[in-house]
Design a protein around this ligand. Structure first.
Ligand code: FES
Ligand SMILES: [Fe+2]
Length: 383
C-alpha cells in the first residue's frame, strides 16, 4: 500500500498490541503525518494537562505567560488577589490575540484598538464605544480556562473532564516527596523551536540509553547503562532514575538536606508527565522541557530550570549554577543534533522501526498512553 494510504492510528494500534518483551519503536507515520498530528491535538493536547512553566516565575500580580494549546491562544496571569487565572487570549472586539510571550502587565490591553481588561478578564474600558447602543462593557468577560498549580508547576487544560493534576500525579508526589519540588526556584527560562517531531524529543528524554553515545562530548562518561533503572510507567506518567556521583556536586543532596537518605542523595529522577512535560529532578537542581507540536516536523520548547533552596545560601551557588547552565546548553546542542537526525531518518521511505532495549521501557509506556488517549477520544466523539 502507498505510504500515505496507511492509517497511522491503525499502525500504532498494531505496534502497541505487542508486549514489551517484543516491542518495536513507533511507526514513522505517527511522527510525520498531518493526520496523526490532528488526532494528537484533538485527543491528547485538548484533553490533558499542559504545563506553561513554574509558579514562582508568576509570583506577583500582573505576571503573565502565554501559550497556544491545541490551536487555542491562552494567557495565564496572577490576579490582584494572588490567584493564578487562565483566560482565553483572544480579544472580544475584533479578535486579535492580546498578550504575547511572558511579562508583567497592570491590565490586559489589546494591541489593536486598546480594549482594556482587568487581570480577572473583565472588560475595564474601550475607547470610542459610547455611540454603539448595544455595547455594554459589563457584558464582556474573557472566557476562563482551567488552571492548576501543583508542586510549583502551572498547568492548563481545555478539558472539563480531566481529573485534577494532584489526583493524576499523586504517585509522583509520593515518589519524590523528599525532594520538596515546590521549593526549587526557576533561574532561567527560554523558548526554542527545533526541527523534529515533539515525540522524538519527548522520547529522547525518556531514555538514558543514548547518554554514553549522543552525549560523549559532555555527560556521556558520567552515565553508566547498568546504573539506569526503568520501571513500568503509570497511567499519567513514566519515569526512570540514574545515579550521579560528585563529579557534579550540585546534583548531590546538599549537606544541610536531611530529607533524602542513602542512595536517594545522588539519585536523579527523569519524570515524563504526559503528554509533554519532561522534568530532570536532582537533589540540587532541576530543569524541564514542556513541549508542544508546531506541525509534524517542528516542536516548540519551553525550557527552564533552577536550584533547590538548600543551595541558595551557598557562597558559590551562583557560580555553580552558571556552570550547570553552560553544561545544559552543551547537552541540548547534542540532543538537538540527535533528535533532528532522527526526524530526517523518519521521513525516509526506508524508515523501519527496530526493537526497543529494556532501557526504553518508558518509550513503550508512552506509546501505550498515546494509543489509549486516541482510542478514548475517538470513542467519546462517536457517542
Ligand atoms: S481587536 Fe482588540 S481592541 Fe480591537
Ligand atoms: Fe540527551
Amino acid at each position: 500500500m502507498a505510504k500515505d494510504l496507511v492509517d497511522p492510528v491503525d499502525e500504532l494500534r498494531q505496534n502497541t498490541a505487542q508486549p514489551f518483551e517484543r516491542a518495536h519503536a513507533m511507526p514513522p507515520s505517527v511522527y510525520t503525518s498531518d493526520a496523526f498530528l490532528k488526532e494528537e491535538l484533538e485527543h491528547v493536547f485538548s484533553k490533558d494537562w499542559f504545563c506553561v512553566g513554574r509558579s514562582d516565575s508568576l509570583a506577583n500580580a500582573g505576571d503573565y505567560t502565554t501559550c497556544e494549546l491545541a490551536g487555542q491562544p491562552i494567557l495565564v496571569i496572577r490576579d490582584r488577589d494572588g490567584e493564578l487565572r487562565a483566560l482565553s487570549n483572544v480579544c472580544l472586539h475584533r479578535m486579535s490575540t492580546l498578550l504575547h510571550g511572558r511579562g508583567t502587565a497592570r491590565s490586559i490591553v489589546c494591541p489593536y484598538h486598546a480594549w482594556t481588561y482587568n487581570l480577572d478578564g473583565s472588560l475595564r474600558g474601550a475607547p470610542a464605544m459610547t455611540l454603539n447602543e448595544g455595547f455594554c462593557k459589563d457584558q464582556y468577560q474573557l472566557p476562563k480556562v482551567r488552571c492548576e498549580e501543583w508542586l510549583g508547576w502551572v498547568f492548563v487544560t481545555l478539558s472539563e473532564d480531566v481529573p485534577p493534576v494532584a489526583t493524576q500525579l499523586a504517585q509522583v508526589e509520593d515518589m519524590v516527596a523528599g525532594y520538596d519540588m515546590t521549593n526549587y526556584a526557576e533561574t532561567f527560562y527560554e523558548e526554542h523551536v527545533w526541527d523534529t517531531n515533539w515525540k522524538v524529543l519527548a522520547e529522547n528524554f525518556m531514555e538514558s540509553y543514548h547518554l554514553p553515545v549522543c552525549h560523549a562530548g559532555t555527560i556521556g562518561g558520567l552515565s553508566k547503562l547498568e546504573d539506569m533503572v526503568c520501571p513500568p510507567g503509570l497511567p499519567a506518567f513514566n519515569y526512570h532514575t540514574i545515579l550521579k556521583d560528585d563529579q557534579l556536586r550540585i546534583a548531590m543532596a546538599h549537606p544541610s538536606n536531611d530529607r533524602l537518605k542513602g542512595e536517594e542523595r545522588r539519585t536523579t529522577f527523569l519524570l515524563a508527565i504526559y503528554p509533554s512535560l519532561m522534568i530532570t529532578l536532582t537533589p540540587g537542581y532541576f530543569w524541564y522541557l514542556s513541549l508542544h507540536p508546531k506541525g509534524p516536523g517542528q516542536v516548540h520548547i519551553r525550557f527552564g530550570g533552577g536550584m533547590s533552596d538548600d543551595y541558595a545560601d551557598d557562597a558559590d551557588a551562583q557560580k555553580n549554577f552558571e556552570a550547570l547552565k553552560t553544561l545544559l546548553d552543551e547537552v541540548n546542542v547534542e540532543d538537538r543534533g540527535c533528535t533532528e537526525k532522527v526526524y530526517n531518518g523518519l521521513c525516509s521511505d526506508r524508515a523501519v522501526p527496530g526493537h526497543l532495549s529494556h532501557l526504553e521501557r518508558p518509550n513503550y509506556d508512552f506509546a501505550q498512553y498515546l494509543m489509549a488517549k486516541i482510542e478514548q477520544g475517538r470513542a467519546a466523539a462517536s457517542l
